[in-house]
Design a protein around this ligand. Sequence first.
Ligand code: 7TS
Length: 424
Amino acid sequence: MTTTATTPDPSTGSTKAGSFDPIRARRDFPILTRTIGGKPLVYLDNAATAQKPQVVIDTIRRYYESQNANIHRGVHRLSVDATRAYEQARAKVAGFISAARPEEIIFVRSATEAINLVAQSYARPRLGAGDEVLITTLEHHSNIVPWQIVCQQTGARLRVVPINDAGELEMEAYGKLLGPRTKIVAVAHISNSLGTINPVKEIIAIAQRQGVPVLVDGAQAAPHLPIDVQALGCEFYAISGHKMFGPSGIGALYGRFDVLDAMEPYQGGGEMILSVTFDKTIYNHVPHKFEAGTPNIAGAIGLGATIDYLDTLGLDKIAAYEQGLLDYTTKTLASIDGVRLIGTARHKAAVVSFLVGDIHPHDVGTILDQEGIAVRTGHHCAQPVMQRFGLTATVRASLALYNTESEIDVLGAGLRTVLEVFGS
Ligand code: 7TS
């Protein structure tokens, strides 16, 4: 990651990096003009879900107002147009993560469903008793539980790469855990609870030397970093639309074509077949054989609009801007007596987890809410990370392209209020 120096704009207190202008970007997101209890909304819960630009909202509305039809099955004009728009969205996702071809993109409900698809369609038939699935301590529950289920189904064993006190993967341990019984590695690109950017390229290269496929959970990376699945060399990459300013209920699984082609579907239904008789069903081609039933057509088209939007801003510029904002946030929080940062990795993105004295995170979140500030408190669906640090919960501020230094100042003031209220 490159870090670009940011220059505060005296009129707004915000920062600009290169040609990226967060104040301009804010105008694209109608919800950001809202007030909460009379105070301007400061939305710092982007890792849970990101806000939507007007262009995405308009695209979905327009779809239902004038294009709605089922896809891949009609000769009528609406169906043909809806099919074209849906398939164009697939091509946009492929371009967004630099897949070699659109067929390598399977539309799913979310990153969660993408991971379950790989666990059931790829791993389940290939795992036997004593085989191993290798994940890490940093994973979201979505990249733990599907593997526990498939291990229970097959008698395979879950192995876990530990992290150090900064919240970084212990790479030496990774090398040792990757053994002859390892059948798949599944790792987050960016940790949702601590913001650690994992060295996924290195992780994939090491696994590849032993012929082990890798799934990268990119739910938290897609809104923050340019992604190139071919340069990474991973077999699978999972993303969620709603975390990257797109609709909820849509996500995508990238799978390398030859790997997908060799996999059987785990869900059956309409659309995923070429022919059905009671004796024999012939499955459709990749990617359709993995998309059983009517998909989230409006969601996919909305995701396509999101990608067009992000392309106009440029993810490299967004990433540089956010690095500056992350530095500012880290310094702001570190300067407040009583605030303890959890997760201090050298390579981090957009997430700051912390504790405020011995005040319960839920109390911190409740008082911040009264100031119009939205943060998440709790275990962030990453309980093993909390356990690693001997905690049950943290406060988490997660940033996005439309957040500014002045909002971080509001967070700092809010935390000082919290400390005053609790007399700390
Ligand atoms: N993987 C990671 C790294 C995540 O952060 C999340 C959601 C998921 C997978 C699951 O995504 P979904 O869209 O399928 O639900 N993370 C969070 C979070 O940090 N707060 O709420 C949801």
